[in-house]
Design a binder for this molecule. Structure first.
Ligand code: GLC
Length: 429
């Protein structure tokens, strides 16, 4: 197995430079793209190695950038140039409709031994009757909190955004004169202008108004008084309970602060549990997870997660499908969950005794995992990246004080309407 690092400047579509393949004459070498957030990359290496040992083939791993937008740019370059250089793509849950044209249909490859994945994910990945990716792991936004700090200050886990705001302020004030000093923040989250902000924003907006920017019938519902209120609240966090740099934070920035012990609360995906509980983690044994706080319309967790797909332009489609089937099978998913805390995309694993012993919170959170709020990708299809960019940019302008929450939402509405001729699906070949 070899690892390829990718810097966008060094990359020319259709010509990834392979860093010394270890393949021998008898074996085939595949290339898979894997993320590197938390321990994602190491886990991918370990999984791939088992397949290599089982089959005698080799796999090169392309290390993906952390920002999902950058991953998408790379994929679009590769697929539009029909490059055979990348065989297996790690796909965000929001890209199925967008990239379907260049991906292999798994339907003929499935059999009685194939696992039963979450139905919603199979629907998500089925475009014009083609199953273009197999679900690998599921993500949903979660609230992480410091059990020791809440206990020391006699506070309970916040159930509403207002409670989270108030508890953060209170503990920060109390701790300013105590051990944590000024470095303790209340709440860390993802405020940079990228796909992660779209996820945080859908959680705020959906919890205030039950809306998702663009609804399944393509009506545009972003500009609502409740969403203005939600965005005003989020904006008020920046520089008060959240660091001013939040407007540049992605998942790993938030996790670094929380894991250092410098925040009471964090919004993040499930992977942060496992990393926070590692032996060298300063907060090991002092973390709790809960559903995100509610607004007037309840609590909302953005549905995320990653799928594995095979390029139609691969020279080794059958072998690449075999690798994907191996990585997504029940045994591999159980191992990934036990080793690194990735949430399986197979519902039966949530009743697995070994997994429940390791992650008792699975039982409490399975409803959150199953009830994630989807970003409007299925409805808007090839228009989704544009929708998401309109949300990210305008929300970001409000967070940085460049626009009022009301103006930002008015802009989002106008721009989403103006671009709506893009929404929909491209016919498949
Ligand atoms: C996580 C989610 C993915 C989302 C991304 C945003 O990786 O699984 O769906 O788009 O975060 O940063």
């Amino acid at each position: 197995m070899t690892v390829k690092t990718l810097f966008s400047t060094a990359f020319a579509a259709g010509s990834i430079l392979l860093a010394g393949s270890m393949a021998n004459a008898q074996s085939t070498t595949l290339t898979i793209a894997c993320g590197a957030v938390g321990v994602e990359f190491e886990q991918c290496q370990a999984d791939v190695q088992i397949w290599e040992e089982m089959t005698g083939h080799s796999v090169e791993i392309l290390r993906l950038p952390d920002a999902t937008n950058e991953r998408l740019d790379l994929y679009q370059d590769l697929l539009s140039s029909e490059s055979p250089d990348l065989d297996v793509y790690q796909l965000d849950v929001v890209w199925a409709g967008l990239l379907a044209h260049d991906l292999v249909d798994f339907t003929p490859y499935l059999d009685a031994n194939s696992p039963e994945f979450f139905e919603g994910l199979i629907e998500n990945n089925t475009i014009q009757d083609r199953l273009i990716a197999l679900p690998w792991f599921i993500d949903t936004g979660l609230l992480y909190y410091r059990t020791d700090l809440l206990e020391a200050h006699g506070r309970s886990v916040p159930e509403t955004w207002d409670e989270l705001t108030e508890t953060s302020r209170f503990i920060m004030q109390q701790e300013a004169s105590g051990l944590s000093g000024d470095s303790l923040w209340g709440f860390v989250w993802q405020g940079d202008s990228y796909e992660g902000l779209t996820c945080d924003a859908i959680e705020w907006f959906h919890s205030y108004t039950g809306t998702t920017f663009v609804e399944p019938d393509l009506s545009i519902t972003i500009n609502q008084p409740g969403n203005v209120q939600a965005l005003e609240l989020a904006t008020s966090w920046v520089g008060s309970i959240s660091p001013p740099e939040t407007v540049q934070h992605k998942e790993e920035d938030s996790r670094a602060i929380f894991q250092r012990g410098d925040a009471v609360f964090m919004r993040n995906w499930p992977y942060a549990w496992n990393t926070g509980q590692q032996e060298d983690s300063p907060i090991r044994g002092r973390i709790g997870i809960a559903p995100l706080p509610s607004g007037p319309a309840g609590s909302a967790a953005c549905l995320g997660g990653w799928q594995l797909a095979v390029s139609r332009h691969s020279d080794n489609v059958d072998l690449a499908v075999d690798l994907v089937k191996f990585l997504t099978n029940e045994e591999s998913q159980k191992r990934r969950a036990l080793d690194s805390g990735y949430n399986p995309s197979i519902p039966a694993l949530y009743d697995d005794a070994d997994l429940l012993a390791e992650f008792p919170q699975f039982e409490q959170l399975v409803e959150v995992f199953q009830g994630g709020v989807a970003r409007p990708a299925s409805a808007t299809g090839r228009g989704y990246p544009l929708v998401s960019r309109i949300i990210q940019r305008n929300v970001h302008r409000a967070l940085t004080g460049d626009a009022s929450a009301a103006d930002a939402l008015q802009n989002m509405q106008t721009q989403l309407v103006r671009q709506s001729h893009w929404y929909g699906h491209q016919p498949l070949p």
